[in-house]
Design a binder for this molecule. Structure first.
Ligand SMILES: Cc1cc2nc3c(=O)[nH]c(=O)nc-3n(C[C@H](O)[C@H](O)[C@H](O)COP(=O)(O)OP(=O)(O)OC[C@H]3O[C@@H](n4cnc5c(N)ncnc54)[C@H](O)[C@@H]3O)c2cc1C
Length: 405
């Protein structure tokens, strides 16, 4: 069996992330699941610690800020790099083992931060350093089909004037800024869609309401309205030119970096469920034996082994997608494969763990029922299961989005 261990240089960092998740995040898990919309103020201290580690260079690019592609040759391991993308997915796995909702509420680690880290120029990186950024793509009339975005950004002097409504913005209430997808010219289709950093407090931007949810209740999910909201032209991320031949390329680039992060959340959450279930099975006298064929073991043990094998595949795909980003290899296919596999696996595993544990799994005595609820979103946001499969099929079959939709 091929087994990929995390690189040696990241082991201490991963252990540190695990300790934080075990001693700090997991114990808060149930409290903020029950207290939906209450701000987990304990995370402020944790975020300051992460900032301190990043500033001292010991953070290894943890969290969403780490997802930047380095130019060739500027890393000590040029040739084969285990860099900030790999570090990010490994730390996110550990933190999500602690709690996905709380991870999504970590100040300065929003999905908008990944967008900034992925595509911002050096000046923008400096300007938005320390900003906690959410990501606002979805609209009342546009979810999976992001080309249907109706929010507009009209150039006016040194500014863009943004009008539209964004829904389901993770951390939309708590964050300092949102990265908003809007069209510069709706008649030019998807090529005209660009992303803009809009800071909270900008006149014309308001948080309209918060949503109640099935899972990740520690994370706030907001509707944000933009009415004649003026942002400086310097807040556009990437190239302001509209190139009809390049389609979505500019904004889509972000997903190559963020999908492995969501896959990592799924891997971490599923591992949490597997570990608790293993202990519950052991307490019930069911031992899994790695040296005997599954069909010669109790059904619960055979089910457990099958789940672990599935988990391992999701884990390796996630590492592969992040590793490719670290090594400047195009990874759109692998990012979608990792997200599709890991999210579906997490949905299957967490629900099956509830099933294996029976009434204990369904009750609030354990976190199993919570993880089954939390994991569902991982197969929905940053592109649903079906959308990832479409992307994978298009890439493998060399078809365009017009050919296969
Ligand atoms: C808790 C939560 C947090 C979120 N956070 C964010 C965020 O931070 N920022 C943000 O912008 N958005 C966010 N979202 C929105 C999320 O990204 C969308 O819900 C998602 O993209 C799906 O869009 P939709 O809900 O409109 O579903 P739809 O696009 O209407 O899809 C409904 C169903 O149809 C399927 N489907 C759609 N098109 C096809 C097709 N061509 N072929 C086959 N099946 C298809 C989908 O897979 C899905 O199962 C969040 C959502 C939730 C619930």
């Amino acid at each position: 069996m091929i087994n990929l261990e995390p690189p040696k240089k990241l082991r201490a960092f991963v252990n540190q992330a695990h300790q934080v998740a075990a001693e700090f995040v997991r114990p808060l898990s149930r409290r903020y699941d029950l207290a939906e919309h209450a701000y987990p103020k304990e995370l402020d201290m944790l975020a300051s610690m992460v900032d301190g580690l990043n500033q001292s260079g010991q953070g290894q690019g943890a969290g969403a800020k780490g997802v930047r592609r380095q130019a060739n040759g500027d890393d000590e391991d040029a040739g084969v790099r285990n860099g900030s993308n790999l570090a990010s997915v490994l730390s996110i796995m550990e933190m999500s083992w602690g709690d996905v909702g709380l991870l999504l509420s970590m100040p300065r680690q929003g999905l908008g931060n990944s967008a900034i880290a992925s595509v911002a120029d050096d000046q923008q990186l400096e300007r938005f350093d320390g900003v906690w950024a959410g990501m606002a793509i979805t609209e009342p009339g546009c979810g999976s089909d992001s080309a249907a975005i109706r929010t507009t950004a009209e150039p006016d002097g040194d500014d863009y004037v943004i009008n539209g409504e964004k829904i389901f913005v993770t951390a939309g209430d708590r964050c300092d800024a949102v990265v908003v997808w809007a069209s510069l010219d709706r008649s030019r289709g998807r090529a005209a869609i660009k992303s803009f950093v809009v800071e909270k407090g900008t006149p014309g931007m308001r948080v309209e309401r918060l949503d109640h949810k099935l899972g990740i209740r520690a994370s706030d999910t907001a509707t944000i309205v933009f009415e004649d909201c003026r942002v400086p032209k310097a807040n556009l991320l990437g190239n302001p030119e509209i190139h009809d031949d390049q389609g979505f390329a500019g904004v889509m680039q972000t997903f190559d970096n963020t999908r492995p992060l969501v896959a990592a959340m799924a891997v971490g959450c599923a591992r949490a469920a597997l570990e608790v279930t293993r202990d519950l099975l052991r307490d019930a006298g069911v031992e899994t034996d790695y040296d005997r064929p599954p069909h010669l073991q109790p059904a619960a043990a055979a089910t457990y082994l099958a789940m672990e094998a599935d988990w391992e595949a999701a884990y390796l795909l996630t590492l592969q997608a992040a590793w490719m980003a670290d090594n400047d290899r195009p990874n759109s296919l692998q990012a979608s494969m990792a997200k599709a596999k890991a999210a579906r696996t997490a949905n299957d595993i967490t629900l099956r763990c509830v099933e294996l544990a029976g009434s204990v799994g369904y009750s609030e005595h354990e976190l199993l029922e919570k993880w089954a609820r939390d994991s569902k979103i991982l197969d929905i946001f940053e592109g649903t299961q079906q959308i990832q499969q479409l992307i994978i099929a298009r890439r493998l079959l060399h078809l365009t989005s017009t050919d296969l939709r």
